[in-house]
Write a new protein. Structure first.
Length: 267
């Protein structure tokens, strides 16, 4: 009987110690899911294809976060809102590497007037013409609709370095500052129409990106955490699709700023 009592005490002591320091992360995996809002710099669109080669100047775009809904917690609904999903592994207690997707949405603002330079031929009025840099053009549905709304998918590998700011005396809760760079492949599902033609809607590897993030992590327990972070990055997409034909191409690049809140688990 004494043996079992002693074994129980030792087990409970071990369990308490194992849960004592939430900052002992080396060798642990983590997973998180959450939501984001994003903003984008203006950028030039260079469009090429059969009968046209022109550039739309300083085009504006916005994000497209969905209204909050509990159904977004369902796995088959995860791609509906702008969301973040990521797996990470701690190499040391304060350094991790992670892989995941920032599922942002990029929507060109309709009915904006922008500068245009280049040529359009064989597409009919009011498109055909030779344009100089001083000409302007109304970008409406007769010319172009363009959005990465089934995902401006920033599929990335990122590093995170954690700096402890606070933990309670029992070391069961903690607050950390973290930052890190990332490299990404852009895998959007682009929705577009060009010259009033058929709508194109397909996934396509379209370019690359890079980012730098800064955030806070709060550990509720050894197992559960929440993070709030901001991310600034650059995206270069030389091969976005506007139609089902590979000969029709839209090239654009822009900066983005992203603010995210996520909830996760260590295991």
């Amino acid at each position: 009987m004494k043996f079992y009592t002693l074994a129980t005490i030792l087990f409970l002591s071990f369990l308490a110690n194992a849960q004592a320091n939430v900052l002992e992360r080396k060798g642990k995996w983590n997973f998180f899911y959450g939501y984001n809002r994003a903003s984008y710099s203006n950028g030039d669109y260079h469009l090429t294809g059969n009968g046209y080669d022109f550039t739309l100047k300083n085009v504006a775009a916005r994000d497209g976060q969905s209204e909050p809904s509990l159904e977004f917690l369902l796995p088959w609904k995860w791609s509906v809102p702008q969301s973040n999903l990521r797996f990470g592994y701690f190499i040391t207690d304060n350094l991790s590497i992670s892989f995941g997707n920032d599922h942002m949405k990029y929507i060109m603002r309709n009915n904006q007037t922008v500068g245009i330079n280049g040529t359009i031929s064989g597409k009919g009025a009011p498109h055909d013409g030779t344009y100089s840099g001083s000409d302007t053009k109304l970008v409406d549905s007769n010319l172009l609709t363009f959005e990465h709304t089934d995902g401006l998918n920033f599929v990335s590998v990122e590093m995170e370095h954690f700096i402890n700011l606070w933990n309670n005396p029992k070391k069961t809760r903690a607050l950390s500052l973290y930052w890190g760079p990332g490299l990404a492949i852009m895998y959007p599902k682009t929705n577009a129409t060009l010259f009033g033609g058929a709508r194109n809607d397909q996934f396509h590897v379209s370019g690359t990106g890079y980012s730098l993030k800064l955030g806070l992590e709060y550990n509720f327990t050894e197992d559960f955490f929440t993070r709030l972070f901001i991310k600034h990055g650059h995206i270069d997409m030389p091969d976005a699709r506007t139609t089902s034909s590979a000969s029709d191409n839209l090239s654009h690049k822009f900066d983005f700023k992203e603010t995210s809140i996520v909830f996760g688990v260590y295991f």
